[in-house]
Design a binder for this molecule. Structure first.
Ligand code: PLA
Length: 444
């Protein structure tokens, strides 16, 4: 398996290189018979300019706009009522403790990361009394935030799992298909969102997963689905679980928003815990970017829940072989902050309060935006703004309307009509409501 995945990637790379080197060698020979110098073309001359990332590129465009009324609702990054990035008080407190502790050093940490961090992360998502943890059936490795955790999991599966197809929701976070495809897996979609109802297409979901090949990997958003803000109900989760288990599919949870959906860390982890409680296997990628506001620290974890402790330890030994040639070992600082907070009862409690405040501010933004559109008499049913959960609202605005709002109102968002509610404040709600109203009523 490992050899096959690697072979395929190397073959693709070789084809690219062959095509470009043939072209280059020809150009170099005709340009200069001697060694390269400042007048010879760059060895990268053949490169086309790549487009900006559909999400992070929104911030690039936003930064270039000189307008004082500009508003960035693209990337899912929490802002205060004053529109400023937020560092949680409990994070500042943990950082102070770390800085003042002169016994700390900057040695490499193990390939799998900090042991404390890994144990506490597994506990956070699986629950303090999880039998899987007590039975040592879970292996957890510290990774570079949610994305890195997904990528390490995907690389591991591409090497060691017999079924190389992963099913992702339609639509999903734009990076999902790339992370899995570049790891060597074949990516398929399953129906998830129904634009007509702006809710879950549950029937479509069951049909598509029902006809997936046995053993296929299924990516599930643990809570606060990105970009739609639509999650299954607990009863629907239970049906999804039964279907996945009866077909022997392999669940891979992406938990990037634990605590952001309901404000409760435990409640948001319920779908994952439901799957672990049945004794079956699964993977979970966790991110501390949003719930601890550690975006740029790149802190996350990959847990693989196995059937036995022996399998879990062999899985971990293989994860090390995935990680070592990728980035050798993860960074210390962010994971130390997380571990400091998770192991101290009072700091943990303070975190839950600050997290709840963030979640509640987002919920109040939903209500305020909904009210603002209602009071303007904006045509359409906007109740999905208050029904959807998590960081985003999937507005239903089309790409032309989005482009209009950017051009006329300096409001930046992804072209699929997703807005980050966490970037909104009471001060900016009227501006956004005016923009949506204009986009809808001027027939853009
Ligand atoms: N999974 C999902 C579903 C996400 O939405 C994101 C981040 C991640 C994983 C990865 O986050 P991390 O690597 O920073 O932990 N999505 C953001 C940012 C918030 C982004 O696109 O990178 C978004 O705006 O969609």
């Amino acid at each position: 398996m490992e050899a096959r995945a690697a072979d395929r990637r190397i073959a693709t790379l070789a084809r690219h290189l062959e095509a470009s080197s043939l072209k280059d060698s020809h150009e170099i020979v005709s340009a200069s018979p001697t060694s390269s110098n400042s007048s010879s073309p760059s060895v990268f001359n053949h490169l086309a300019r790549a487009p900006e990332d559909p999400i992070l590129g929104v911030t690039v465009a936003f930064n270039k706009d000189p307008s004082p009324s500009k508003l960035n609702l693209g990337v899912g990054a929490y802002r205060t009522e004053e529109g400023k990035p937020l560092v949680l008080n409990v994070v500042r407190q943990a950082e102070k403790l770390l800085v003042n502790d002169s016994s700390r050093n900057k040695e490499y940490i193990p390939i799998v990361g900090l042991a404390d961090f890994n144990k506490l992360s597994a506990k956070l998502i699986l629950g303090a009394n999880s039998p899987a943890i007590q039975e040592n059936r879970v292996t957890t490795v510290q990774c570079l935030s949610g994305t890195g955790s997904l990528r390490v999991g995907a690389e591991f599966l591409a090497r060691h799992y017999h079924q190389r197809t992963v099913y992702i929701t339609q639509p999903t976070w734009g990076n999902h298909p790339k992370v899995f495809a570049l790891a060597g897996l074949s990516v398929k979609t399953y129906r998830y969102y129904d634009p007509a109802t702006r809710g879950l297409n549950f029937q479509g979901l069951l049909e598509d997963l029902g006809s997936a090949p046995s053993g296929a990997i299924v990516l599930l958003h643990a809570c606060a689905h990105n970009p739609t803000g639509v999650d299954p109900t607990p009863a629907q989760w239970e049906q999804i679980r039964q279907l996945i288990r009866s077909k022997g599919l392999l669940p891979f949870f992406d938990s990037a928003y634990q605590g952001f959906a309901s404000g409760s860390l435990d409640r948001d982890a319920e779908p994952v815990r439901m799957f672990v409680a049945d004794g079956g296997e699964c993977l979970v990628a966790q991110s501390y970017a949003k719930n601890m506001g550690l975006y740029g620290e790149r802190v996350g974890a990959l847990s693989i829940v196995c059937k036995t402790a022996d399998v879990a330890s062999r899985v971990e030994s293989q994860l090390k072989l995935v990680i070592r040639p990728m980035y050798s070992s993860p960074p210390i600082h962010g994971a130390s902050i997380v571990a400091t907070i998770l192991k101290d009862r009072s700091m943990y409690h303070q975190w839950t309060i600050e997290l709840k405040e963030m979640a509640e501010r987002i919920i109040s933004m939903r209500q305020q935006l909904f009210n603002a559109l209602k009071s303007r008499g904006t045509p359409g049913d906007w109740s999905h703004i208050i029904k959807q959960i998590g960081m985003f609202t999937f507005t239903g605005l089309n790409s032309k309307q989005v482009a209009f709002m950017t051009k006329e109102f300096h409001i930046y968002m992804t072209s699929d009509g997703r807005i980050s509610m966490a970037g909104l404040s009471s001060r900016t709600v009227p501006h956004l409501a005016d923009a949506i109203h204009a986009a809808v009523t001027r027939g853009v």
